[in-house]
Ligand binder design. Structure first.
Ligand SMILES: Nc1ncnc2c1ncn2[C@@H]1O[C@H](COP(=O)(O)OP(=O)(O)OP(=O)(O)O)[C@@H](O)[C@H]1O
Ligand SMILES: [Mg+2]
Length: 557
């Protein structure tokens, strides 16, 4: 929300006699100014409390009697003034049982008074008992207009200094302001000044590097440089078409044309088949910053901080938008939200709720790419229409796709793919994921290097024979996933991958060395006979371990 909107909301809440308002902001100074203005406009006094100064009207005074957090609340209770009482950094005391109780008593008293209690803190920490009594207001970061005012005030301050050049074309000014988005007012002031000192002018790169720092410092989001290109993704033609069509989606032109900004996409599918890879490729294709949200880290750490972490991640992502927010392995965080009330006091559900409502109303150009390989553990609300623009299902690669993936990975290892029998390789690897194809190429490279000769098709075939693909141990799960996806998701590829029985059979043949070059999937026979399930190879050199069922961080213990 732009700061002017927040100020208006605050004023409304105060006029409507909301008893306790919790303002979440890193910008104490800015909020203080806004509150002073509101107090003045409404003819109210304004008190500020800190643990060191106590409750005072004048910032230069000190009142030892009210320095105690409880004494501060008593002061509010007993005061006969029409006033705003602003408690700074009170989050440190709010979970104390006596404080919590006293605050609840206060709400009743304040509702019928002209007094408002405001808690101002960079961190949201709210005991469950107070959730209903307290209204939370997120005081967002400065918007473009706020930043423009900051920039202008700096220009005015140094304009007579011949050492610095503050001339900016309209385009440059725009770039500077865009780069500064996501910084707090004081951070923006500092970095603009730093740029003048270092470069004697306003420099976009100085500002951008500061921003990267901030994302890193947030500790929850990770900034991804563009490493993977769309050409590094084998197969998945339908998904790639979809992504390419939306390359221009965040431009002014698209907006003028009436196109809504895309919200997000969920990539669902079999492990190791390119979900994370595709997410990274979207960032490169759209040339937007890619921010990876570590769901595990949201729930890690101190109890009660999870919600704050989620809000913070959203705030940072929005502030650097247009950007892509990549939530990898969604199920790790949001599985079991239904049972969360018993297992973790509802934390998971609340964090999830925060995320869902943001997905629903988000206005900032933040595109969400979520990936998951387990639909069963995802809350159904998430899969409902309207949350994501599209749910794509990424299956095991088909034979033709495997050929393409071999080609990509051979090229990545500086080999000419045309020197290899790609048809034979593709035919020998039914049920292999992209990751397993890559692993086979790498293993073969080791073998060849060991024997000081160059890589051959036979090396890779051997490595493949020694691999027992994960899809075989996870057969049932993949079948379930396919069944689910058939009616609820859009296929990421126009190619159909072999069915699991065919894969088992062909794999057996391949293990015995009978690859049928270019073989097409065998039709499932209707003879009703049981088919032998694929046995693991007698001597599996490298068995991929079966992953344990997804864990829910922060649950249980
Ligand atoms: N379609 C593909 N084309 C090219 N390479 C692929 C493909 N799929 C997987 N790979 C290779 O395998 C690696 C792992 O794939 P990725 O991380 O995208 O799998 P994932 O679907 O996210 O799996 P998980 O469910 O385990 O997270 C990639 O970095 C890439 O090298
Ligand atoms: Mg992944």
């Amino acid at each position: 929300m732009a700061s002017a909107d927040v100020d208006r909301e605050l004023e409304t809440l105060i006029r409507a006699r909301y008893p306790i308002i919790y303002i979440v902001s890193w910008e104490e100074k800015r909020v203080e100014d806004a509150l002073r203005a509101i107090a003045q406009a409404r003819g109210k006094k304004i008190f500020f409390w800190t643990i060191t100064q106590g409750m005072v009207l004048n910032p230069n005074h000190r009142d030892n009697a009210t320095r105690d957090p409880l004494a501060a609340l008593d002061f509010v209770m007993d005061s006969r003034d029409q006033a705003l009482f602003v408690l700074k950094d009170y989050h440190a005391f709010i979970t104390d049982v006596t404080v919590t109780r006293r605050l609840r008593d206060l709400t009743v008293a304040l509702k019928t008074s002209y007094k408002t209690l405001l808690i101002l803190s960079p961190i949201l920490k709210l005991p469950t008992e107070l959730e209903k009594e307290v209204t939370v207001v997120d005081y967002g970061l400065p918007d473009i207009e706020d930043l423009d005012r900051i920039l202008e005030s700096i220009i005015q301050a140094v304009k007579d200094n011949p050492q610095v050049n503050t001339q900016l074309t309209e385009f440059e000014r725009d770039q500077i302001l865009k780069a500064a988005q996501g910084l707090t007012a004081s951070e923006a002031e500092n970095v603009l000044a730093k740029s003048l000192v270092e470069k004697q002018r306003f420099d976009v790169d100085v500002i951008l590097s500061e921003k990267e720092q901030i994302i890193r410092k947030s500790g929850i989001l990770e900034y991804y440089p563009f490493n993977e290109q769309i050409g590094d993704v084998g197969g998945l033609d339908l998904l790639k078409d979809w992504m390419e069509k939306r390359t221009v989606a965040f431009t002014e032109k698209a907006r003028d044309f009436g196109l809504p900004a895309p919200r997000g996409v969920l990539l669902l599918g079999v492990q190791g088949c390119g979900k994370s890879l595709s997410a990274k490729a979207i960032g490169a294709l759209w040339r937007l910053p890619l921010l990876r949200l570590d769901v595990g880290r949201i729930f890690g750490g101190i109890v009660g901080q999870s919600e704050e972490n989620m809000r913070k991640a959203i705030r940072v992502a929005e502030s650097v938008s247009p950007a892509i927010l990549w939530i990898d392995e969604l199920e790790k965080g949001f599985s079991g939200t239904q049972s969360s009330a018993q297992s973790d006091g509802g934390t998971t559900s609340r964090v999830f709720g925060t995320f869902l409502s943001w997905m629903q109303d988000k206005k900032a150009a933040t595109f969400v790419v979520a990936t998951s390989n387990d639909v069963k553990s995802l809350p159904p609300e998430l899969l409902r229409k309207g949350r994501f623009d599209e749910i794509f299902f990424i299956d095991l690669p088909s034979e033709a796709e495997r050929r393409e993936i071999f080609r990509i990975h051979l090229k990545k290892r500086r080999r000419n793919p045309d020197d290899f029998d790609l048809d034979a390789l593709a035919a020998a690897t039914p049920g292999f994921s992209g990751a397993e194809i890559e692993a086979a190429v790498v293993e073969a490279l080791y073998d060849a290097f060991d024997e000081t000769r160059d890589l051959t098709t036979e090396d890779i075939l051997k490595a493949a024979r020694n691999t027992f693909p994960l899809s075989m141990t996870m057969r049932e799960r993949i079948e379930e996933l396919r069944e689910w996806a058939a009616t609820r998701a859009r296929p990421a590829s126009s190619e159909k991958s072999e069915d699991m029985l065919t894969i088992a059979e062909e794999l057996m043949l391949a293990k015995l060395g009978h690859t049928r070059t270019g073989a097409r999937p065998v039709e499932a026979s209707g003879d009703g006979q049981e088919r032998p399930a694929a046995e693991p190879p007698a001597d599996p050199v490298e068995r991929v371990p079966v992953l344990p069922a997804t864990e829910l961080p922060g649950s249980g213990t």
